[in-house]
Design a protein around this ligand. Structure first.
Ligand code: ZN
Ligand code: ZN
Length: 186
């Protein structure tokens, strides 16, 4: 009995540590309901502005893949927003969505093109990552400014890029040709 007791006592601190950890994480689930809507609206706006303009539009499609051209002043402005995003706490959300694109989009989803890798199209991820979830499309046509290639494939970043083209700011938008598409058909 004494042995059992000491064994139990030795385990207790771990159990309570676990319980506390569990409680803290469990409480986090309720955080969205406890915090005010104002804070969340602001966080959402910052997420869209920094994520869409800074990361997907500027860093990824404009700078990394050069899939369209912007006047220098606007290129720098968007890149600056991207830097702000990388420096701030908001990166937390962005990192999670980037992580999701890179992990989920190589495991779950549909392969529309013969890319010879594991990349997939995931509409749910595309929705929260401004179109980056059309990852099989992106692997197939890396220099395309448009990731959601079908009209039903929602791609917020692409909509903004086409708007920028409409008002004369974005130029030379790259999209895959019919021939390029044919070559990639499975
Ligand atoms: Zn890329
Ligand atoms: Zn990938």
């Amino acid at each position: 009995m004494g042995r059992n007791h000491s064994h139990h006592q030795a385990k207790l601190p771990n159990d309570s540590k676990f319980a506390r950890l569990f409680l803290v994480h469990f409480l986090c689930l309720f955080a969205p309901f406890i915090f005010s809507w104002g804070v969340h609206c602001l966080a959402l706006v910052l997420y869209v502005v920094t994520g869409l303009f800074g990361i997907t539009l500027s860093y990824h499609r404009n700078l990394a893949h050069k899939s369209f051209k912007l006047p220098k002043w606007l290129e720098y402005t968007f890149a600056y927003i991207g830097i702000q995003a990388l420096q701030a706490v908001r990166i937390f959300l962005l990192m999670h969505s980037t992580f999701l694109v890179n992990s989920v989009c190589h495991v779950w989803g549909h392969q529309a093109w013969k890319t010879g890798d594991l990349s997939r199209n995931n509409g749910l991820i595309a929705l929260i990552s401004f179109g980056e979830g059309w990852h099989n499309n992106h692997h197939a046509f890396q220099s395309s400014a448009r990731h959601g290639l079908e009209c039903w494939q929602m791609d917020m970043t692409w909509y903004v890029i086409t708007f920028l083209e409409c008002i004369g700011l974005a130029k030379d938008l790259k999209v895959p040709s019919d021939l390029q598409k044919q070559k990639m058909l499975p």
